[in-house]
Design a protein around this ligand. Structure first.
Ligand code: SF4
Length: 181
């Protein structure tokens, strides 16, 4: 059992209760990055890999993302996993529009990223045709480790994002290219 006399003396100049210096942006970024609520938009095989990512072997909860949100207004990250037919494009966009800022998007797998092997008249050749994408996860299908890597990339984006980025002219211009006000 340790006693007070066992506690190592602080070096001169740093004694006392101490303090923690940071900026508000960094504190907010840290909180956001470690509590990203995912909305899985899974349409086919890649969705199964996402299910594995949520399971106990890979356990996305370790990253603060165990709270799956099927309501867009309570979600932070849209994970599109699977083939998106052109008819589904407007639905993906509708879900994206219902999410509150700041929101991020991950395209999981070749289909969501580029249409994958389905270079056909009916398949959207990448969800970035209808919404902006922050992270692309390659693979057909990607392994859960890759999906986790994608989530960690979004964590980095969230950590380093300034509070006024979403009001910036650059971000508004990006949304305008998708016809979003
Ligand atoms: S990328 Fe491959 S595994 Fe993923 S949805 Fe497309 S065909 Fe299926």
């Amino acid at each position: 059992m340790s006693t007070e006399k066992d506690i190592i003396k602080m070096p001169p100049g740093v004694e006392g209760p101490g303090f923690f210096a940071t900026s508000l942006d960094k504190a907010v970024g840290l909180a956001r990055a470690n509590s990203l609520w995912p909305l899985p938009f899974a349409t086919s095989c890649c969705g199964i890999e996402f299910m594995a990512t949520m399971g106990s072997n890979y356990d996305l909860a370790r990253f603060g993302s165990e709270r799956i949100s099927f309501s867009p207004r309570q979600a932070d990250v849209l994970l599109v996993a699977g083939t998106i037919a052109k008819k589904m494009g407007p639905v993906v966009k509708q879900v994206y529009l219902q999410m509150a800022e700041p929101r991020w998007v991950i395209a999981i797998g070749a289909c969501a990223s580029s249409g994958g092997i389905f270079d056909t008249y009916s398949v959207l050749q990448g969800i970035d045709k209808v919404i902006p994408v922050d992270v692309y996860v390659p693979g057909c299908p990607p392994r859960p480790e890759q999906i986790i890597d994608g989530v960690m990339k979004v964590q980095e984006l969230a950590k380093n994002e300034t509070r006024d980025r979403r009001n910036s002219a650059e971000y508004k211009a990006l949304l305008a290219t998708y016809g979003i006000d």
